[in-house]
Design a binder for this molecule. Structure first.
Ligand code: HEM
Ligand SMILES: N#Cc1ccc(COc2ccc(/C=C/c3ccc(C(F)(F)[C@](O)(Cn4cnnn4)c4ccc(F)cc4F)nc3)cc2)cc1
Length: 476
């Protein structure tokens, strides 16, 4: 046994190693390994040596590793570049990604969110009132047949802009479906394998990018004729940005960044919104408290939601936080080791043929940090001290100050250089969707079901199992 490397998780078959145990239930696997080997251990995932380092110290070690030591693009490019397109996110040097995140943040301001809330409300009301799945006064509905559409309609109507939103009732919907088919862990595990869906993915990527570039060309021509932009969506924002070296952003890169934002927002929001509604259906008491919270803030006639009033719905925000604590969409964060890394306070050195894997969600359901950790209890956040992020040490990697998250056991949006820039948009989208569902519907689980079924980890993010049935009842 190499004494200067972390312990290797027991396995029988080389190459396959612990793939199945990890793939079936990553958390069960991580807790079992932590029990046996401690916070730092290596397991074999389809021939790759994955060194896991759990807990706040592990999160700091991986999220705040130096650029010379840890590399995100080498871990993710096989999954993301064929879907997003070239020269963006993980198909460019990290400094270019930092610039691209700075651009994206310019399009995600409170001013834009203020304009987005009424658009999201309009999408939800139109959808629920016209959907055949909600035409009865009361009945069962499979949330996985509804939420993916609701999230993509609300995200495209706001971030993506009107032309793309209109496209989702036509060709764009099909393109998105084919793109999405290529966004699977199989492309992580076997990047070289010519899966049939990868041909559809590549064709869809080219057509989707062309769709965005045609929109950019039209809008630029309209601007040249002196026409004011109708709405300040992300495309408009990216058309007005420059890289640090002064070069303008090529239309192709704008198109590819827009695809990246579409995929980012869709998977995370769809999964999280479905989990929120499944947990609320199992807790009609919480739904009643949420409804009363709205009556207190908006009066008995429930005046329209606004971006400002969203911030006052504390229990609504606790529900989102608690859902992300139990169901963080990204359960495993990966990096390629570029140069040997010493694990502090040990004699272990992690060699550069290993990958690192952070699993911030493990400490979020660890009894050491949260009492009764597996209970769904939004009220727990009322007691929690203010999210430690405010007090946390911050650093600017080129797209504004971000927390290094060094001591927080709760990091659903990551930390450090690769931290999420979509958190605020996600909270506006999820908060508005949640408030509208609470206003319009009572929600319960089917008789006999006490709580949501466990997640299906085989997809890219921790998705609810199909069907995700809930019983809705229109309030009026
Ligand atoms: C509930 C919703 C979301 C969650 C839980 C989430 C979570 C995360 C996490 C954990 C990371 C770090 C990944 C890593 O370190 O490898 C990340 C990065 C990122 N996310 Fe999100 N995300 C969410 C929504 C969004 C949305 C809506 C957008 C865009 C509008 C977005 C765009 C990004 C981008 C651009 C990065 C940076 C990746 C990098 O720097 O390598 N995310 N997100
Ligand atoms: N047998 C078996 C067997 C074995 C194993 C398994 C399962 O194994 C695993 C292992 C790791 C993972 C990791 C998920 C992962 C990471 C990165 C990304 C991402 F890059 F894509 C993202 O961060 C996503 N994101 C961020 N914010 N919003 N979205 C992103 C960034 C920027 C961006 F612009 C757009 C983006 F969308 N996506 C997903 C998933 C499954 C199944 C079966």
């Amino acid at each position: 046994v190499d004494s200067n490397k972390p312990p290797v998780v027991f396995h029988i078959f080389p190459f396959f190693g612990s793939t199945i145990n990890y793939g079936i239930d990553p958390y069960k696997f991580f807790f079992a390994c932590q029990e046996k080997y401690g916070d730092t251990f290596t397991f074999i995932l389809l021939g790759r040596k994955m060194t896991v380092y759990l807990g706040p110290k592990g999160n700091d070690f991986i999220f705040n590793g130096k650029l010379s030591q840890v590399c995100a693009e080498e871990a993710y490019t096989h999954l993301t570049t064929p879907v997003f397109g070239t020269d963006v996110v993980y198909d460019c040097p990290n400094h270019k990604l930092m610039d691209q995140k700075r651009f994206m943040k310019f399009g995600l301001t409170s001013e834009t969110f203020r304009a987005y809330v009424p658009l999201i409300i309009e999408e939800v009301e139109t959808y629920l009132k016209n959907s055949p799945l909600f035409s009865a006064r009361k009945g069962p509905v499979d949330l996985l047949a509804v939420i993916p559409e609701l999230t993509i309609f609300t995200a495209s109507r706001t971030l993506q802009g009107k032309e793309i939103r209109k496209g989702f009732t036509g060709e764009v919907a099909g393109l998105y479906h084919d793109l999405d088919a290529g966004f699977t862990p199989m492309n992580f595990m076997f990047p070289w394998f010519p899966f049939p869906q990868n041909k559809r993915r590549d064709a869809a990527q080219r057509k989707m990018a062309q769709t965005y570039m045609d929109i950019i060309t039209k809008r630029r021509a309209a601007a040249a004729r002196g026409k004011q932009p109708e709405e300040k969506d992300m495309i408009w924002n990216l058309m007005n940005q420059k890289y640090k070296d002064g070069t303008v952003v090529p239309d192709k890169e704008i198109a590819h960044m827009m695809i990246a934002l579409l995929m980012a927002g869709q998977h995370t929001s769809m999964a999280t919104m479905t989990w929120i509604l499944l947990h609320l259906a199992s807790r009609p008491d919480v739904v009643q408290d949420l409804y009363e919270e709205q009556l207190r803030i908006f009066g008995k006639d429930l005046e329209p939601l606004t971006y400002e009033s969203l911030g006052e719905l504390t229990l609504h925000n606790y529900v989102i936080k608690e859902t992300l604590r139990i169901h963080p969409p990204l359960h495993s964060i990966m990096r390629k080791v570029k140069s040997p890394m010493r694990v502090p306070n040990t004699h272990w050195v992690i060699p550069d043929n290993h990958y690192l894997m952070a699993a911030p969600g493990v400490s979020a359901i660890d009894g050491k940090y949260f009492k009764n950790p597996t209970a769904y209890d939004p009220y727990r956040w009322a007691g929690e001290k203010v999210t430690i992020e405010e007090e946390e040490e911050k650093f600017d990697f080129g797209y504004g100050l971000v927390s290094k998250g060094t001591s927080s056991p709760y990091l659903p949006f990551g930390a450090g250089r690769h931290r999420c820039i979509g958190e605020q948009f996600a909270n506006v989208q999820l908060g508005t969707l949640l408030a509208m569902f609470v206003r319009l519907l009572k929600m319960n689980l089917p008789d006999g079901q006490k709580e949501p079924a466990p997640p299906d980890y085989a997809s890219l993010i921790a998705m609810p199992q199909r069907p995700a049935t809930m019983i809705y009842e229109w309030r009026k």
